[in-house]
Design a protein around this ligand. Structure first.
Ligand SMILES: *[C@@H]1O[C@H](CO)[C@@H](O)[C@H](O)[C@H]1NC(C)=O
Ligand SMILES: *[C@@H]1O[C@H](CO)[C@@H](O)[C@H](O)[C@H]1NC(C)=O
Ligand SMILES: *[C@@H]1O[C@H](CO)[C@@H](O)[C@H](O)[C@H]1NC(C)=O
Ligand SMILES: *[C@@H]1O[C@H](CO)[C@@H](O)[C@H](O)[C@H]1NC(C)=O
Ligand SMILES: *[C@@H]1O[C@H](CO)[C@@H](O)[C@H](O)[C@H]1NC(C)=O
Ligand SMILES: CC(=O)N[C@H]1CO[C@H](CO)[C@@H](O)[C@@H]1O
Length: 510
């Protein structure tokens, strides 16, 4: 009997043999085996669970305490990513790092249902990357990354090489850091809108997931050699908007980080909930899945097969209205967000940490693919009304004349107009969603005497889209091997390490 048991053990460890020899980290809930990439000197820990899988009765609830694991867990392979909402943008965000031009080129007129291979409701994992040989006690600063994708798409599996690149560069710069990327629930799983959701106390689950992962970092990153007192929260696009929500959460109380980087996204002004438009989306969604008549609609949603949720969410998303471009966002629920974002910022009710907030030159370029039927002044005015700026229509039209030479992509004269309204809409949309918000955040920071840095990125340009939304990500994560990429990484790493983006170090040339 005993011998059989021993043999079984030996066989088990033999079959796991491929992984033997990798770095192991013991946490109170399990021991995790990582992998060393000897080509770049980075150790990877993939798929570390930070909360229980939010499945079954845990669907549409706050992230629950992580389960315990017996035996050494394999953290050398990518685990499931979160459900990706079907959208016109699929499957492009699966490779967020591609040129934005590719998004427009493949945009279909109608959202389709596209699921990718390795998505699941049980997706609450972080990937962690550290310099080879880092041990407990090293106290390395931590860069925590929240991916973008409109609150409907995005995945940490897209950041496996980027995570390694940034850690490798940090070592070369003599400012070694740990990189952590978080999977969080999105779309109807993480940002279900509506009054019923607020009443049930399950609003803003996506940002609660991110917060749970930040709390995980506080508790466990020291075991990996990280410094919980030296965490920078960051993200791009919707990830930057979420990063800003992390600053605002609970009015800034007990924020588990010391600095923040917002790459192309920051404040999204909001109405006090429930806003009519997200409520309509909730109503439509519960009707589609047969929960409209339920006394407790949220409880009813917990019983719906996940496949039906996934199929139905595609039928609640329409790309033609500008409102849908902030698809599934947090809402003012009086708790995680005690007031509207703009009020919290003005009142100084946010985590007062140093920030970098930056944009690309042509944030709005590329989105016009959604509005290519807007070709004349009348269409333009209808489009403007959709921007919720009815009252200011005249003033804004005057500030953005129909002169392609003044539109975006900027500095291209009369070239690259899809329609006569395109470059004008690009300019407005970029300002509306990104640039104006960035300036407002910076002015509030300045008025409140807080440290803030800013940049405009214009390096990676294409003819039709200029330096479009997301065009800087290849630079940030070392996928473009040039001096600008090196400089951008170096500024981020320096900020993560010292709180100053301009305090590096022994920069070696690329
Ligand atoms: C290991 O590092 C090399 C060099 O950075 C990189 O090309 C390769 O993709 C990495 N391997 C994996 C599995 O990520
Ligand atoms: C899905 O996961 C499996 C097993 O981990 C892996 O072999 C496969 O490449 C993944 N597929 C995608 C599309 O990521
Ligand atoms: C963060 O780490 C840097 C570099 O190790 C160190 O100089 C700094 O004192 C740390 N900051 C805090 C708040 O611990
Ligand atoms: C979604 O819409 C498509 C196209 O109209 C329809 O065929 C499909 O049955 C709908 N699915 C659900 C679950 O509503
Ligand atoms: C463009 O198409 C959308 C969707 O069919 C429609 O709602 C909108 O009114 C159209 N705009 C113009 C200017 O035709
Ligand atoms: C339309 C377009 O720009 N397509 C590009 C998408 O990305 C691939 C890979 O970078 C390019 O080869 C295509 O030209």
């Amino acid at each position: 009997m005993m011998l059989n048991f021993l043999l079984a053990c030996l066989q088990a460890s033999a079959s796991a043999g491929a992984a033997v020899g990798g770095p192991q980290v013991a946490l109170e809930y399990g021991t995790f085996l990582g992998w060393t990439n000897t080509s770049n000197g980075v150790e990877l820990f993939l798929g570390l669970p930070y909360a229980a899988p939010p499945v079954g009765d845990k669907r549409l609830r706050h992230p629950a305490p992580v389960n315990s694991f017996q035996g050494v867990q394999d953290a050398t392979r990518q685990k499931a990513d979160c459900m990706q909402a079907p959208s016109a943008l699929n499957p492009i965000p699966a490779s967020l790092l591609e040129d934005f031009a590719n998004i427009s080129a493949t945009t279909s007129s109608r959202p389709g249902v596209v699921q990718t291979a390795n998505t699941s409701e049980g997706c609450l994992y972080v990937n962690l990357f550290r310099p080879e040989g880092t041990r407990e006690g090293a106290k390395l600063p931590v860069l925590f990354w929240i991916y973008g994708g409109g609150g409907i798409n995005g995945r940490i599996s897209a950041y496996v090489l980027p995570g390694q690149n940034i850690v490798q560069t940090s070592v070369e710069n003599g400012q070694p850091i740990i990189f952590v990327a978080v999977n969080y629930r999105m779309s109807i799983w993480g940002f279900l809108p509506g009054q019923e959701v607020i009443d049930a106390g399950v609003s803003n689950l996506g940002i609660l997931d991110q917060r749970a992962a930040l709390d995980w970092v506080q508790k466990y990153v020291a075991a990996f050699g990280g410094d919980p007192e030296n965490v920078t929260v960051s993200g791009g696009s919707a990830g930057a908007i979420c990063t800003f929500f992390q600053l605002l959460m609970y009015g800034g109380q007990n924020a588990p980080f010391k600095r923040a980087i917002l790459k192309s996204g920051s404040l999204v002004p909001m109405a006090p909930s429930p806003a009519a438009y997200p409520q309509a989306r909730f109503d439509k969604f519960v009707a589609l899945v047969g929960c409209a008549e339920a006394v407790d609609k949220i409880s009813c949603l917990r019983g719906v097969p996940n496949e039906l949720l996934a199929e139905s969410v595609g039928n609640t998303t329409f790309w033609w209205t500008i409102k849908d471009l902030v698809l599934y966002a947090p809402q003012v629920d009086g708790w995680t967000l005690p007031d509207t974002p703009q009020n919290l910022l003005r009142q100084g009710r946010f985590a007062k940490v140093p920030i970098i907030v930056g944009d690309v030159m042509d944030e709005g370029a590329g989105f016009e693919a959604f509005w290519c039927n807007v070709t004349d002044e009348e269409g333009f005015e209808g489009w403007m009304e959709n921007l919720y700026v009815k009252g200011r229509l005249k003033r804004n039209s005057a500030a953005y004349p129909q002169d392609p030479a003044q539109g975006s992509p900027f500095g291209t004269g009369n070239l690259y107009q899809l329609t006569p309204q395109t470059k004008r809409m690009n300019a407005i949309f970029g300002d509306y969603l990104f640039v104006a918000a960035r300036r407002f955040v910076l002015s509030q920071y300045t008025a409140q005497g807080l440290p803030a840095w800013s940049y405009l990125y214009g390096h990676s340009r294409t003819a039709w889209y200029g330096a479009s939304h997301g065009s800087d990500i290849a630079s940030l994560f070392g996928l473009l091997k040039d001096q600008v990429s090196r400089g951008m990484m170096t500024a981020y790493i320096s900020f993560v390490t010292t709180g100053n983006p301009n305090a590096c170090c022994s920069t070696k040339s690329a």
